[in-house]
Ligand binder design. Structure first.
Ligand code: SF4
Length: 406
């Protein structure tokens, strides 16, 4: 019988005001349990993360990135942090430098995002994707992910970190972010700019768009929350003129392409050279590439780590489901920016409550499991739980007890 993969979990809830009980110690323990000894001396280790953009500071704190880099160095290997060239170029603005991370920061597909290898696919009109060359050159992948929401698919986790982040810009923006448009959802021959303007005016999220250059209409699937399964003013405004429709298949296509893209990256590494760490802290509603501060919509949960990408993602989604959406926070936010399902339907995942029922975050995990990328069944192993660390004598709190500046 195949062994159920373990997912190691460190919660932000701690049992003592003690260094041995805090999240930092929990990350050390997760890394120890993941057993980095399969990283060989001189291996080139890509720590793939999202370094944020512009004023987007709610990414993985550099403190933890440095700890991961140091743990890799202990194996005699050469870690480097990697992300797209824009995020790398201005990473210092958000505190990420080679000095603070403890290793170099290298653009994932070269300085112009053009150092890529073609990966053939056959999905919804797409025949290839350009995988990032620096990532593929590496011996080891540490998939270090900031978990957050995402407009296109509801959730951005371990899959998204490498499915979009592991590819050059043209694949990211023009191919993957565009796949929803392949299955037709209105009759183009009957669409006019005037009619589209009517649909856009009816939509509380301005999701229908008119592209002046192309003279064409489209729906921003990123913005559309499917009016949370209720009446859809865009369809009412269309009144059947173009057969405008809001279909689950279009939304789900993004989840499937993420699984396809992530698999190509995963398959380029030996199984014992893959490590996945999901940081569920500063859980914002939208992606780090938005480049701005956002309200956190789910309370901090902690860190999970596994060698199985499907398991780590399923565990993260289950923990988020258990935690729930910060509904009162979302209610304070103007509706044209963010609105949650008015019924708070408990059968929906928190990311569906925020981004709409067709953005089911488990879809990518299911597609990944169906492609043999890992297991949706997992064993969650909590390390240094609050209960465990609360036992015994409390330590003497040191404050600045060691050698100090004074
Ligand atoms: S379903 Fe709602 S959010 Fe989506 S385009 Fe229509 S009106 Fe806008």
């Amino acid at each position: 019988m195949t062994e159920v993969p373990k997912v190691y979990y460190g919660s932000t809830i701690v049992g003592r005001a003690a260094r041995y009980a805090c999240l930092s110690a929990k990350l050390d323990s997760i890394l120890e349990h993941l057993d980095l000894s399969t990283i060989e001396k001189r291996d080139k280790v890509a720590i793939k993360m999202h370094l944020g953009f512009n004023d987007g500071y709610q990414t993985v704190p550099v403190y933890f990135v440095r700890k991961v880099a140091e743990a890799v160095k202990k194996q005699g290997a050469f870690p480097f942090v990697t992300d797209n060239p824009s995020a790398v170029y201005n990473a210092a603005d958000r505190g990420y430098t080679s000095e603070t991370c403890g290793c170099p920061i290298i653009p994932i597909a070269g300085v112009k995002d053009g150092y890529v290898t073609k990966k053939e696919i056959d999905f919804n009109g797409l025949d290839s994707l350009d995988a990032a060359g620096v990532l593929l050159d590496s011996d080891v992948l540490v998939n270090l992910t900031h978990v957050k929401g995402h407009g296109a698919c509801g959730y951005g986790g371990a899959f998204k970190n490498i499915a979009l982040g592991g590819y050059g810009a043209s694949s990211r923006w023009n191919k993957i972010h565009g796949v929803e448009q392949f299955l037709k959802y209105f009759d183009e021959t009957r669409m006019t700019k005037e009619h589209l303007v009517k649909l856009r005016a009816a939509c509380p999220r301005n999701a229908p768009n008119w592209n002046e250059k192309k003279g064409a209409a489209s729906l921003s699937f990123y913005e559309c929350d499917q009016c949370h399964g209720k009446d859809k003013p865009c369809i009412e405004a269309d009144a059947g003129l173009t057969d405008w429709s809001i279909n689950e298949e279009n939304f789900v296509a993004f989840q499937e392409i993420m699984a396809i893209a992530a698999k190509h990256i995963i398959d380029s590494f030996d199984a014992d050279k893959l490590f996945h760490l999901n940081f569920m802290m500063n859980i914002t509603p939208y992606c780090d590439c938005m480049g701005m501060g956002m309200p956190n919509v789910i309370e901090d949960i902690g860190i999970v780590g596994s060698r199985d990408i499907v398991a780590v993602e399923a565990a993260s989604l289950d923990l988020i489901a258990k935690q729930g959406l910060l509904v009162d926070t979302v209610k304070k936010i103007p509706e044209n920016y963010m609105r949650s399902n008015p019924d708070g339907d408990s059968s929906l995942h928190p990311w569906q409550l925020l981004h709409g029922p067709f953005k089911n975050p488990y879809k990518v995990v299911e597609y990944g499991a169906a492609r043999g990328m890992g297991s949706m069944k997992y064993e969650l192993v909590e390390l240094l739980s609050a209960e465990e660390t609360s036992k015994g004598e409390p330590p003497k709190i040191e404050y600045e007890g060691g050698p100090t500046f004074y």
